[in-house]
Design a binder for this molecule. Structure first.
Ligand code: 6PG
Length: 249
């Protein structure tokens, strides 16, 4: 199931995303005793993380039952300004006093990113009590963004990871950036019970029109790979990003 919601601006979008995060967390904890979430990098979710670390949202979640994963990570150590883990730690995890054993960062500092990706898949398998060689688990919530080139997580246009159908976590090449990343792959992303794609900014408008209203072309627009097998995908867009859509802004 997929839906789309339009917001006046990034602040209103973040407010709505925060309310959804809290609602999903409460439901997952009530149903299964924990809430597993994959955080996204980039600038859009930062405001969401800051809102979640601030009353009233902060006090609405039993953070000791929230387990944090990441959708992707740059090839940098956690203290590096580009680290997705570092950004989330500063905006949210450190402020809520997240339980370290429930925070699973990708080791972007590993000189061997293939090993780091394999290790992360092992971490996920252990936390879900499943076979590391088997089908991927269903995380409760996967937060994603979209770059102006149509990438999501670190699934970049024409990159090797787009075709991955077996592994849940791989090293991938961001050719345009001349950098390697670690990223979750479509198989595990599409297992998510709930996927929220947060897209803001006029620089995304043309690409978003191609993604939502153009032909399927995931090699060129990797975010089109996001199609949950049984979960719920919701696009949260601000007016600027939606400006080129039919009936958009
Ligand atoms: C990253 C993210 C990436 C991000 C998009 C959108 O590591 O940068 O995982 O996929 O979501 O680049 O970023 P913005 O939200 O900053 O536009």
């Amino acid at each position: 199931m997929s839906s789309l919601e339009l917001f006046e601006d990034a602040a209103a979008l973040s407010q709505a995303a925060g309310a959804e995060f809290v609602a999903l967390a409460m439901a997952a904890i009530a149903a299964r005793g924990r809430f597993t979430v994959a955080l996204s990098g980039g600038s859009t979710p930062r405001r969401l993380y800051e809102m979640l670390a601030t009353p009233p949202l902060r006090d609405a979640v039993d953070w000791e039952r929230v387990e944090f994963f990441w959708g992707d990570e740059r090839a940098v150590p956690p203290e590096h300004p580009d680290s997705n883990y570092g950004a989330a730690a500063a905006a949210l995890l450190d402020k809520i006093g997240a339980t370290p054993s429930l925070v699973h960062r990708m080791r972007g500092e590993d000189p061997d990113l293939d090993r780091a990706a394999r290790d992360y898949q092992l971490t996920i398998a252990r936390r879900f009590g499943i076979d590391v060689e088997g089908p991927p688990p269903a995380l409760d919530l996967i937060l994603l963004g979209m770059g102006p080139d149509g990438h999501t997580a670190s699934l970049f246009p024409a990159s090797p990871a787009l075709k991955e159908q077996r592994r849940w976590v791989v090293r991938n090449r961001a050719a345009r950036l001349g950098a390697d990343r670690i990223t979750l792959t479509a198989p595990i992303l599409n297992q998510g019970r709930d996927i929220r794609l947060l897209v803001t900014g006029a620089d995304k408008a043309e690409t978003l029109k191609g993604v939502l209203e153009g032909p399927a072309d995931p090699e060129r627009l990797p975010v089109q790979l996001i199609a949950p097998t049984s979960g719920c995908l919701r696009w949260l867009l601000d007016r600027a990003a939606a400006a080129d859509l039919k009936g958009g802004a």
